[in-house]
Design a binder for this molecule. Structure first.
Ligand SMILES: NC(=O)c1ccc[n+]([C@@H]2O[C@H](COP(=O)([O-])OP(=O)(O)OC[C@H]3O[C@@H](n4cnc5c(N)ncnc54)[C@H](OP(=O)(O)O)[C@@H]3O)[C@@H](O)[C@H]2O)c1
Length: 475
């Protein structure tokens, strides 16, 4: 507005100067008043135009929802149109009703052995003040999508948590996003309105913009696993942050062992640790990655591992000890991305750690029985829900997060998601390989069965919502 005022004054100033030359004093005062009045008129017109342009289209507000499902769906699509079609000064959408009677397609899992899914109609949710409602374009599955219903029999829930899509509506306190933004986000696990649906909810803090070079399909592989890896490395194993400054006199971090580097979580830890290692002053290294034969190429492609040990072809403990001896270094930090109770993977990681002084071992899962680690081993378990700033609800004896610590995880995750998006944009981080399943959400059942059977290696399974047959009957 001040700019409009200056411009209008600037336009009127030459005329005012002419009047000054010809007019007596009283007329001069009149002319000054006229100039001010004209400026005010220009201001009012500009303000009116701005307010008109800032309104979202009438058909795209919640108040425009009508009983006709087709009309409603057209309204939804309009509102979620790509950003470039939206006026650059468009305000964030506002809500005119608190509840929506409009329904959407949702997939739920009702059995695990074997995996069975069903489809149902549920209301499109209204986001709470700090939440985002996105139209889901693509989603991916995680082992927890079958693990939770297995642990909680009788649960019939939409278990998807990885969302890539377009912001459709935002809560009243959201400051970062608006309708039409391309985003990815981590849905709150165990809560309604997950990603196996047409629309899904994410907390603002766990939502980040997808750079233009990252497709929705690739974006859907990122939220849950990347943040699990980041919390494990930086919050649990105290790896220096990639943007941290170092002094020569600071103690060096030393070697890092990543067990299960072929898994999605493991691959993310490798890539993130690789970023830190590029800063030589951090003293991180060597990075020793352990993976199976079929994942060796994937691990090599990150360029972050100094040594790769194939757990299928060699004795991991012997190989890792040889490497450490050659490097003349002691291992103080290890991450186990698999932590499988049956394969007891920690039995390959823990013995590689130094016997003197404190050493840290972080696992993705806790053993279902008491394991007696050496007294110098500080064992902890990463919990991805720390991303929402919430403590692990599991009651186990292994260093559970306090509320205060979980809050720090939440703050950290907010920053880390934005850093990851930035690194993706610059090509310094890349998404995990993925495979799009043919039938959209209709393929989730088969996908989770493959995960359950341990038949998915070195890739994420991705589902495009638009490929789901039967969606139209929900319209
Ligand atoms: N605590 C948490 O918050 C949290 C969060 C996310 C995931 N998780 C858990 O972390 C684990 C990994 O999740 P993810 O999403 O990364 O799974 P994923 O990508 O599906 O992992 C599959 C990979 O695991 C590797 N693998 C399987 N058994 C192995 C073994 N005995 N030793 C070494 N590697 C093995 C295989 O790689 P190879 O080809 O190299 O054998 C396979 O490619 C799951 O158990 C998941 O439930 C926990």
């Amino acid at each position: 507005m001040p700019l409009v005022f200056i411009i209008s004054n600037h336009l009127l100033e030459p005329h005012f100067r002419q009047w000054k030359t010809f007019c007596p004093g009283s007329t001069l005062a009149w002319a000054a008043q006229l100039q001010l009045s004209l400026s005010a008129v220009v201001l009012l017109v500009a303000r009116f135009l701005t307010s008109v342009l800032e309104q979202p289209p009438a058909s795209s507000t919640w108040s425009a929802f009508k009983p006709s499902q087709t009309k409603v769906r057209r309204g939804l699509t309009e509102w979620a149109r790509p950003r470039q079609q939206i006026s650059p000064i468009k305000a964030r959408p506002t809500f005119h009703v608190k509840h929506s009677s409009v329904e959407m397609y949702e997939l739920y899992i009702y059995s695990v052995r074997p995996v069975k899914t069903g489809a149902r109609n549920v209301p499109i949710p209204v986001p709470k003040p700090t939440e985002i409602l996105s139209k889901v374009i693509a989603t991916s599955s995680n082992p927890k999508d079958w693990q939770f219903p297995d642990l909680l029999p009788g649960r019939r829930a939409n278990e998807g948590d990885d969302i890539a899509g377009i912001v459709h509506a935002v809560g009243s306190e959201v400051i970062e996003f608006r309708g039409g933004d391309r985003v990815a986000g981590f849905h709150r696990m165990l809560e309604p309105y997950g990603s196996y649906a047409e629309y899904a909810i994410t907390p603002e803090t766990c939502t980040f913009r997808l750079p233009a070079n990252i497709s929705f399909e690739a974006g859907s592989t990122i939220p849950l696993t990347s943040i699990t890896a980041a919390i494990a490395l930086f919050q649990q194993l105290s790896l220096p942050l990639p943007w941290q400054m170092f002094r020569e006199s600071q103690p060096k971090y030393g070697p890092l062992l990543i067990y299960g580097a072929g898994s999605t979580v493991g691959a993310w830890t490798l890539k993130l640790a690789g970023l830190v290692k590029t800063n030589k002053a951090s003293g991180v290294g060597p990075i020793i990655a352990v993976a199976g034969t079929s994942s060796i190429d994937l691990v090599k492609s990150s360029g972050a591992a100094d040594y790769i040990v194939d757990y299928k072809k060699s004795n991991v403990v012997t190989e890792v000890k040889k490497i450490l001896e050659k490097e003349g270094k002691e291992l103080r930090h290890a991450f186990d991305a698999i932590s499988h109770t049956v394969t007891k993977t920690w039995e390959n990681g823990a013995p590689c750690l130094a016997k003197e002084g404190t050493v840290w071992l972080n696992l993705t899962d806790v053993p279902e029985f008491q394991v007696n680690f050496e007294p110098n081993v500080v064992m902890s378990r990463v919990y991805c829900a720390g991303a929402y700033g919430e403590p692990d609800p599991d009651t186990h004896s292994y260093s559970p997060r306090t509320e205060a610590e979980a809050k720090l995880d939440g703050e950290f995750s907010y920053c880390m998601y934005r850093y990851i998006a930035r690194m993706l944009k610059h090509g310094k981080l890349t998404p995990h390989p993925y495979e799009v399943q043919p039938k959209g959400l209709g393929s989730v059942e088969q996908g989770l069965q493959l995960l359950f059977d341990g038949k998915v290696s070195g890739k994420k399974l991705v589902y495009r919502v638009a490929d789901t047959s039967g969606l139209e009957k929900f319209q």
